[in-house]
Design a protein around this ligand. Sequence first.
Ligand code: FRU
Length: 491
Amino acid sequence: MGSVTTYSIEAANKFIRDSKHLVRQDYRLTYHLMAEYGWMNDPNGFVHYNGEYHLFYQHYPYKPVWGPMHWGHAVSRDLVHWTYRPVALAPDTAFDRGGCFSGSAIEKDGKLVLMYTGHVVTGPDNNQDYKQSQGLAISENGIDFEKYEGNPVIGYDEIPAGVSVKDFRDPKVFERNGNYYVVLGSNDAKGNGLVLLYRSEDLKQWTFVNVLAKSDGTLGDNWECPDLFPLGDKDIFMLSPQRMPAQGEQYRNLHSTMYMIGSFDPEAGTFASERNAQVDHGFDFYAPQSTVDHLGRRIVIGWMDMWETAMPTQEGHHWAGAMSLPREAILDGDRILFQPIEEIKAARHNAFEQSGISLDGIFGMPVTGDSYELEVEFEAGDALAFGLKLRVDDAGKEETVLTYLVEEGLLCLNRDRSGIGPGGERRAAVPLKSGKLALRIFVDKSSVEVFAGDGEVVMTARIYPAPESQGIRLFSKGAAYVRQLKKWDIR
Ligand code: FRU
């Protein structure tokens, strides 16, 4: 189709309807959310509303590349199976004509209110010349949204001194002590990411409270997609720092995700951080957003990709971008455990189980697949290393390798031979528990997510193996033991 100059929800929905038959299936995921057609990035407006989970997402429906942002929309009752709803927002007003950027959702008086960033381009350089402000869109039925005529509700003229005049985005709105609050990502225009806090009684009139937190020079030059929520008896500040410098094996992607555990003082607008850690230790996890559901669970979902990384489905497949598996965040002392949502167990089919495997070298499993869960417990024994090879072809050339280095106490995810996507290795410290390592691994057509232990470390990666590469192998260097391995197809 030609160039689209005027965007509307109707045009977007019609285009998707007319084009979705073109989408190639090879790498389409079985149990992860993707755009029906075109491009997807950040999760937006994650909320449980009127008996369903709603998940919106950054969406350019016309091509599998980033473009003027719309909000795609899907709903689910179990966080595993999703149904598409019409596009919720298009960049069709003066305030958001350059894009409806990331934001969040909250229920007010039975209505579903979205708060998001209106992006406008102000000069010839798209990457430099822009302004951002915050607006609302309101729905009575959770499907059709009307933009508030008073947008913006926080204009770029309300950015405090000492803060970037252009990076001002990704409102995450929440209620605390009878007030609404919103956190917004920005930087100090000198290379330090920061987050701003505003307060409101009605979601329409907002007052700046404080700079809630700021990088000390080591935590990235701009902060995107901030989130602030209570967990157990603590408060969690979750953020996506851009260009954060690596710390040893950690924070090795272009952009990172981090959580800080501490306490939030809404009156003063301060966050006292006690400890911080990486949310996900793999390659492809960014801009996570959380919601608390009707069961009181805090659920986190992220964009399962990374900026400026090759995405093989952009050529000829008509889609790009996916969401991670939703994860339940559980406070455990001074850390967060991220566990696959319980509902995934109801999507298990074709159970397979094998116990007591003595490993010394390579061991081929009699089961294969491209959309499954593995639950495996290793005993390190005398081995120097042990692990699994996933998505292996018959020749053993294509493989995605998960290795545990016993001496180093490191879990390593290597995708150098994973197919046509980008390669590389990520490593994370995972101590053995009484000499054992428990893993839950979720493989989908073009992804792998590894949950170690009780979820103290999660590693996520997109991989693009050939469809026929479906083998599963165990291996060790030296004698190790697999107490038990279980596998289920996930549908
Ligand atoms: C994060 C992000 C957000 C922005 C959106 C634009 O991935 O850069 O800061 O709102 O994507 O699509």
